[in-house]
Design a binder for this molecule. Structure first.
Ligand SMILES: [Zn+2]
Length: 103
């Protein structure tokens, strides 16, 4: 018998992952959830991406970060390494006040 526990969100054991190569991959807890973070060398990048941290393009063949919320791989984003590091440190208070409430 192996009792199956429901781990609280964001606390599930790493051994759960099977298909994704874990070499450059890690998990980071952020305010909005658990992120899977993968470091790309850039060699596989075939098109530029827009970094959500600074809203600038990441040029092709540039080492950068791909991250997505656990369970939402479709929503993955490409980040400059520096921008991702900033996000992880807890963003400055820009985001909270920038968007006016919508009706
Ligand atoms: Zn950036």
């Amino acid at each position: 018998m192996s009792p199956r526990r429901n781990y609280p969100k964001g606390k599930r054991p790493q051994s759960d992952e099977r298909e994704i190569p874990t070499s450059n991959q890690s998990f980071e807890e952020h305010d909005d959830g658990l992120y899977i973070v993968r470091k790309l060398t850039g060699s596989g990048a075939t098109k530029p991406y827009r970094c959500p941290g600074c809203d600038q393009m990441i040029p092709m063949a540039t080492p950068h970060i791909v991250a997505w919320l656990d369970g939402d791989e479709d929503g993955r984003r490409h980040w400059h390494s520096a921008c991702w590091a900033k996000k992880n440190k807890r963003r400055p208070n820009t985001e909270r006040t920038r968007n006016a409430p919508r009706y």
